[in-house]
Ligand binder design. Structure first.
Ligand SMILES: [Zn+2]
Length: 206
């Protein structure tokens, strides 16, 4: 079995969504300083790096990340190549056989994105494309950008369309080295009560 790590590394100084908390890891207990063990204090926003959006992210009464069904996050997934598109439209799905596809990951970038710089010009998902995916019974939509909606969006229609239909969103994937095709996916959120999102360790294998 071949495993592919499609998660971003979390480190101090990494790019985060402008205005979100910065990532930090400090040594809380240190063996070098005489402690019996090493323990880190980790601080981060719930949407840092590769992460899941729970419905609660944009829906006041939505489900939190701890209560999301595990079945969404583990199972067969298809990676689609949409490199070079400004916005993913329903027309880009023509010719795809969606039979049996429940999880879809959009590769929009074929080079490693700068991990210390936030790039506002990323590919987004059009609301009509989000509606199309809901109609196909998709459980999980993943993308290698910081958001499924454009950076300057205030209505966040792709998010709302997916989350209000029970589709979970995984953002900030690292897919530059992944060939399009069918894989198995696991990307489980931490069980954080009341949280609108969570970092995940996302892996593909086949
Ligand atoms: Zn999001």
């Amino acid at each position: 079995m071949e495993f592919f790590d499609i998660s971003r590394t979390l480190f101090e100084g990494m790019a985060v969504w402008p205005g979100d908390p910065e990532f930090s890891r400090t040594q809380s207990l240190s063996m070098e300083e005489g402690a019996a063990s090493n323990v880190s204090l980790i601080a981060l926003g719930s949407h840092t790096g590769t992460h899941v959006d729970a419905p609660l992210h944009l829906i006041r009464t939505g489900t939190d990340v701890a209560l999301l069904p595990l079945s969404h996050f583990v199972g067969p997934a298809r990676v689609l190549d949409l490199v070079g598109r400004k916005c993913i439209l329903p027309g880009h799905f023509e010719g795809i056989d969606w039979q049996g596809v429940r999880r879809v990951l959009f590769k929009t970038c074929d080079h490693p994105s700068p991990d210390r710089l936030f790039d506002q010009n990323y590919t987004c998902l059009d609301q009509k494309a989000a509606e199309f995916l809901v109609g196909k019974g998709i459980l999980l939509v993943g993308i290698d950008t910081p958001s499924v909606d454009p950076f300057d969006s205030t209505d966040l229609l792709a998010h709302k369309t997916l989350l209000s239909s029970g589709v979970v969103i995984v953002e900030g994937l690292a897919l530059d080295l992944i060939s399009p095709g069918d894989y198995w996916l696991a990307c489980l959120p931490l069980k954080i009560a009341g949280s609108d999102g969570s970092p995940v360790r996302a892996v593909l294998w086949r």
